[in-house]
Design a protein around this ligand. Structure first.
Ligand SMILES: C[S@@+](CC[C@H](N)C(=O)[O-])C[C@H]1O[C@@H](n2cnc3c(N)ncnc32)[C@H](O)[C@@H]1O
Length: 285
């Protein structure tokens, strides 16, 4: 089956360009100062805070992990630095170049293995991974393609394996509309119709559901257990603080304290989510 589409072509073009000639010095610095990096990242950055929930970093040594959509490969490198045997894939071949450079410059227990090209054409034997990870990955796929990736996740995981996906969350239509009308970075406001449509033309995100309900339903077909952990209800306001230590201090405070809010409030207002799937129901191939 051919898995290309206009959206996938856009993703490939966008990320090949973004990661081309990537300087890995920052990754090497973080690998060499891994504990300090993780301490900071998991307390300040939503994606790291979410993905490393539940003492994740202590669970990785000797484990076999697949990361889909590894991008700049920082997370793949950190997981390998923690002693995991990491397989990584990205639609962008530039990620493979990053992996090659990291492997040449850092002594891992297990060098990272890059699975090049269309991941759905991989010939990896099933039921072999302890973890399948996606960090800001699934929401880049149109839903029929996501279904194929989730089915592949179920095929590749060991029966007691676990999948963790950190993704954005849109559980309130009203909040989402407000968000689209506030310009941020290079994204213009929806009020500015022409500029917005031009921006959208190059944006690698498909129009699709990002709701927790969607990911719960999608996972329930393949896994016995689905857990959704909302992240970012208060942290989302960090944008009001500009850049710098004041903003980081707010982020740390917000990530720590938003957990105290009732879960139904967090679920509606959250900006992102960690989706955990456990207990494979279907091992298809
Ligand atoms: C938002 S980036 C996230 C990158 C990285 N995981 C991170 O946390 O920084 C999304 C990544 O998904 C990749 N991607 C999109 N479609 C893909 C596909 N069909 N197969 C593999 N990777 C894909 C993109 O190339 C990009 O690197």
């Amino acid at each position: 089956m051919n898995h290309t589409s206009k959206n996938q072509d856009k993703n490939k073009a966008h990320y090949e360009k973004l990661y081309a000639g990537y300087n890995i010095n920052n990754i090497l610095h973080w690998l060499n100062n891994r504990d300090v990096f993780l301490e900071l990242a998991t307390k300040t950055e939503t994606s790291w805070f979410a993905l490393y929930q539940g003492d994740f970093k202590y669970k990785l040594k000797g484990k076999k992990i697949l990361e889909m959509g590894c991008g700049d490969c920082v997370n793949a490198a950190i997981m390998a630095g923690l002693g995991a045997e990491v397989y990584a894939n990205d639609i962008a071949d530039a990620s493979g170049e990053i992996v090659k450079k990291i492997n040449e410059n850092f002594e891992f227990d297990h060098p990272i293995k890059f699975v090049k090209g269309d991941f759905l054409k991989n010939d990896l034997p099933g039921a072999q991974f302890d973890y399948v990870i996606g960090k800001a990955f699934l929401h880049h796929l149109e839903i029929p393609l996501e279904t194929l990736f989730l089915t592949e996740t179920a095929r590749l995981l060991k029966p007691d394996g676990e999948a963790r996906f950190f993704e954005p969350a849109v559980n309130s239509k009203l909040l989402d509309e407000i968000r689209w009308h506030i310009p941020i970075g290079n994204r213009p406001s929806k009020f500015n119709t022409t500029a917005f449509l031009k921006w959208k033309e190059n944006d690698p995100h498909p129009d699709r559901s990002f709701s927790s309900k969607h990911w719960k339903k999608a996972g329930s077909k393949l896994f016995r257990e689905v857990e959704i952990i909302p992240v970012g209800t208060l942290e989302r306001f960090s944008r009001l603080f500009g850049w710098g230590e004041r903003r980081n201090r707010f982020k740390r405070w917000a990530l720590k304290n938003e957990k105290l809010l009732p879960k139904f409030i967090n679920l509606i207002l959250t900006r992102s989510q960690l989706i955990i799937y456990r207990g494979v129901v279907v091992n298809e191939k």
